[in-house]
Design a protein around this ligand. Structure first.
Ligand code: MG
Length: 412
């Protein structure tokens, strides 16, 4: 139980896990109830691809550690959950930890009557600039999409384009070019390295210089190929080049970054705080972009943001559809309060998500707006959530079946 007397005797009375998939992506949310009627907290524990492993970790192992504890002991409970398995870290256990950590911050904010970003020191900026994704099977389709986003007020746009018979991460290829290919999502490094600079040349020509352009390699290059690509993109002034190499090769990132004329953003596949910290301390990144639930939640992410601030590195937290609105709110709390903020990945949640999670951050005209209610300012309608049960599969198609022309699986 608690190793010291609590200043206020507010105990955690229950831990439950809600999984809902309104967009076909499993959102895993922890709910902590307390001994104060009506006082509860929500935390993001989303790991879409292996959601049930996270649920099991939480309900079988973590619940008994936290029930009965004082809701005020965020740091101690986090260390307890982290160390209690002895072998710690990884996306399953860190997602479980994140769910507890964020739910405790939510409770702390509600107790104080303040949004979490005020507990962290208050705003350093107004609303948060976000980047969004433009994609298409052809360059023209991608730029059409980008133009519509710029017209809607977005100032930062990520561009991804497929080509005949060959996709890129985030963009399909047009079908029929390789009818005998024994794989559904072909990808060729040769074509990719040749085409990507053409995409950005066309983008600057058509979109002009007033928009920030980004690109996601999604881990598919060797370190030397990453340097070749980065140099080819120099004339187009990218805001950043994302995840140029796979996490298995993170130790080569310092040499990639040293040779790259464009900023390198990396880290969404980091699954421990030390791994993410080494990306910063070894000089491997210009922007750190972890998936906050995969590194254990707000508390460790805040430490990494401080490390970035002291190291001249910026943040760009990962946040497409596989982050729950609670996780998105945690990202915004970091963005609002850290001098290291660079940009935030933005996801425009559909109406159904706003109905399930009232208070979901709103993304419009290029900015994300957090709820200003206490805690995360987000509620969860469990009845509505249950109408969208979890799904199995889906992501495997791009994460596990992207194949080279010779049929070999490519790193996703
Ligand atoms: Mg990415």
């Amino acid at each position: 139980m608690t190793p010291w007397p609590a200043r206020e005797d507010i105990r955690i009375t229950d831990l439950r896990v809600i999984v809902t998939a309104p967009e076909g992506v499993n959102l895993v949310v922890v709910r902590l109830d307390t001994s104060v009627p009506g006082l509860s907290g929500l935390g993001c524990a989303t790991f879409h691809q292996r959601y049930d492993a996270v649920v099991s970790a939480l309900t079988t192992h973590v619940r008994e550690l936290v029930v009965g504890r004082s809701a005020a002991d965020i740091s101690d409970i986090g260390r307890l959950v982290h160390f209690s398995s002895y072998w710690r870290g990884g996306p399953v256990l860190n997602s479980a930890l994140s769910g507890v950590d964020m739910a405790l911050w939510d409770i702390a904010g509600k107790r104080a009557g303040m949004p979490v970003y005020e507990l962290l020191g208050g705003r350093l900026r107004g609303d948060v600039p976000v980047y969004v994704h433009a994609s298409g099977a052809t360059v023209a389709e991608t730029l059409d999409h980008a133009e519509s986003l710029i017209a809607a007020g977005f100032s930062h746009v990520r561009l991804q384009t497929g080509q005949p018979g060959l996709g890129t991460y985030g963009a399909p290829g047009s079908r029929g070019a390789y009818p005998l290919a024994p794989y559904p999502d072909g990808w060729s490094v040769q074509h990719y390295l040749a085409q990507t600079p053409k995409l950005f040349a066309a983008a600057r020509e058509r979109l002009g210089d007033d928009v920030e352009l980004l690109h996601d390699v999604h881990s598919r290059l060797t370190p030397k190929q990453a340097v070749v690509l980065a140099r080819s993109l120099e004339p187009y002034r990218l805001f950043f080049l994302e995840d140029p190499v796979a996490p298995e090769h993170y130790d080569r990132l310092p040499e990639v970054r040293a040779a790259s004329p464009v900023p390198i953003a990396c880290g969404e596949l980091a699954v421990s705080v030390p791994e993410a910290a080494r990306l910063v301390s070894a000089g491997g990144v210009d922007l750190l972009r972890c998936h906050v639930s995969a590194i254990g939640g707000l508390t460790p992410a805040r430490k990494l943001a401080d490390l970035c601030e002291l190291s001249g590195v910026q943040t760009a937290w990962h946040a497409p559809a596989d982050v729950s609105p609670v996780g998105a709110a945690a990202n915004l709390a970091l963005d609002l309060t850290s001098p290291a903020f660079g940009i935030q990945e933005g996801h425009v949640y559909p109406d159904v998500v706003h109905e399930i999670f009232p208070g979901t951050p709103v993304v419009q005209a290029g900015y994300a707006q957090p709820s200003n209610a206490p805690g995360w300012g987000i509620e969860l309608d469990e009845k509505l959530a249950a109408e969208h049960p979890p799904v199995v599969g889906g992501h495997e198609r791009w994460a596990g079946t992207v194949r080279r022309p010779d049929g070999a699986i490519e790193a996703p």
